[in-house]
Design a binder for this molecule. Structure first.
Ligand SMILES: CC(C)=CCC/C(C)=C/CC/C(C)=C/CC/C(C)=C/CC/C(C)=C/CC/C(C)=C/CC/C(C)=C/COP(=O)(O)OP(=O)(O)O
Ligand SMILES: O=P(O)(O)OC[C@@H](O)CO
Ligand SMILES: [Mg+2]
Length: 222
């Protein structure tokens, strides 16, 4: 799914965006829109944002963080699984519950697992997912575990709300041989987008959309 995707805008259904800003995002040269967020996600706000984005030709995927807010009609569904959690619920517990409930309805072709390492200890997702600190010493082991043992298609390095550490990203890049690295967090300029593009296959841009849409558009590098 993400093979040719280099840039993603992540839109949060719990946040307001004007029609004018949404038009600029959806008519930009981004490769994909993902709808997702950590809290305040409801069937209503997901459906509302999806219908607004669907007026444009851009592909749109849902990142499922609440099994009761899954709407049919997206181009793809990403299922997050947090690997640096202390509570297995956030890695596969909720997923199993959702499979038990919706198993018969799911077309697995439309689904991708998104293995997360959450590295910003201050962000909402870190707290929600009961994440554990990943030390510089442990980081290569986490990457080898995902890249070589589980052989996951993707590894999402999440710094949500804060710009990541380039030195750690260098370590990640050098250990990931098979998995595609998706990087998200604090990208708010072309310089930061360029830097994180050197350490990842795909960059994800979220919060700056809501602060300064013009700056958000500058993160697209073609
Ligand atoms: C046709 C049809 C209906 C098909 C679909 C069927 C389907 C897809 C069913 C669901 C199947 C399934 C297996 C679901 C599992 C759902 C689930 C609840 C998974 C667990 C989610 C999880 C681990 C959440 C933890 C937090 C996390 C990693 C969130 C990721 C997103 C994120 C970090 C957003 C950034 O946060 P944000 O809100 O933007 O923060 P700020 O406001 O501070 O910026
Ligand atoms: O909101 P920002 O900090 O841009 O992060 C993007 C994305 O990784 C959030 O899940
Ligand atoms: Mg956000």
């Amino acid at each position: 799914m993400l093979e040719d995707v280099k840039h993603i805008f992540k839109l949060d259904p719990a946040k307001d965006i004007s029609d004018e800003d949404l038009t600029q995002i959806c008519e930009s040269e981004t490769d994909l829109i993902i709808i997702g967020g950590t809290d305040g996600i409801t069937e209503d706000n997901v459906l509302n944002l999806m219908s607004r984005v669907r007026r444009f030709s851009i592909s749109v995927a849902l990142e499922v963080t609440d099994k009761d807010a899954v709407i049919p009609g997206f181009d793809h569904y990403f299922i997050p699984a947090v690997f640096n959690t202390g509570n297995i619920k956030w890695q596969h517990g909720l997923m199993l519950e959702a499979l038990q409930e919706y198993g018969q309805l799911i077309d697995f072709e439309d689904l991708s697992l998104l293995p997360y390492l959450i590295l910003n200890e201050e962000c909402k997702a870190f707290k929600k997912a009961e994440a554990l600190e990943v030390t510089a010493e442990m980081l290569p082991h986490y990457i080898n575990m995902l890249d070589k043992m589980y052989q996951t298609k993707y590894i999402y390095i999440e710094y949500s709300g804060r710009y990541g550490d380039p030195e750690l990203m260098k370590t990640i890049r050098s250990h990931a041989e098979n998995s595609r690295i998706i990087y998200g967090g604090g990208i708010d300029s072309r310089g930061r987008a360029e830097e994180m593009r050197t350490y990842s296959d795909t960059i994800v841009v979220g919060n700056i959309i809501y602060k300064d849409v013009k700056k958000a558009l500058k993160t697209i590098i073609k």
